[in-house]
Write a protein that binds this ligand. Structure first.
Ligand code: PNS
Length: 175
């Protein structure tokens, strides 16, 4: 690619199972950096998700409705191919701690090898969010702990519903 595109479109990919306040912090800051930010859920995830892609899309749409330049989507297959198809030139990722760095560096270098014209940009998680992960949030609520302030209220309500309906593991028959 030569020069700067007129409209800089970034993809913020992830599992978002579910979205946390840490993700939200990255999205809020990303929405100020790019003309358009597409928050996109990996559809063919090897990890067994708690929420279906449709449920995660619903939650993301609800929580992100106030950002006029943020769109919610999902993708299958190679992230860089999806990004190119969407006209994006940036992949946005958040880094919480040094433990995230190794995996993120590996993915960024692989993505660069596959499509050098697409840049990965990292935002450091705000210190208030650096310990939050979707996995831990699910573990804590599943064990009866308090997750207030870790996820948006609408997501907390969904998690309560899911864990109350399905018991300790949280997974329903439909998953
Ligand atoms: O929220 P996560 O689980 O850390 O997100 C990981 C994600 C979705 C960014 C990553 O698994 C991904 O990009 N998957 C798509 C498959 C792909 O492109 N793989 C090769 C390059 S690393």
């Amino acid at each position: 690619m030569t020069g700067r595109p007129k409209t800089v479109i970034a993809i913020y990919p992830g599992s978002f199972d579910p979205i946390t306040n840490g993700h939200l912090d990255v999205i809020e800051r990303g929405s100020r950096l790019f003309d358009r930010l597409i928050v996109s859920i990996l559809g063919n995830d090897e990890k067994e998700p708690l929420f279906s892609v449709e449920e995660r899309m619903e939650m993301l749409r609800e929580v992100l409705a106030r950002y006029s330049n943020v769109e919610v989507d999902h993708f299958e297959g190679l992230l860089v191919d999806y990004a190119a198809a969407r006209g994006a030139t940036v992949l946005l990722r958040g880094i919480r701690a040094i433990s995230d760095y190794e995996k993120e560096l590996q993915m960024a270098l692989m993505n660069r090898r596959l499509r050098p014209e697409i840049e990965t940009l990292f935002l450091m998680a705000g210190e208030a969010y650096s310990f939050i992960s979707s996995r831990l949030v699910k573990e804590v609520i599943g064990l009866g702990g308090n997750i207030a302030g870790l996820v948006p209220p609408a997501v907390e309500a969904r998690l309560r519903q899911r864990f109350n309906a399905a018991g300790v593991s949280g997974r329903t028959q439909s998953k």
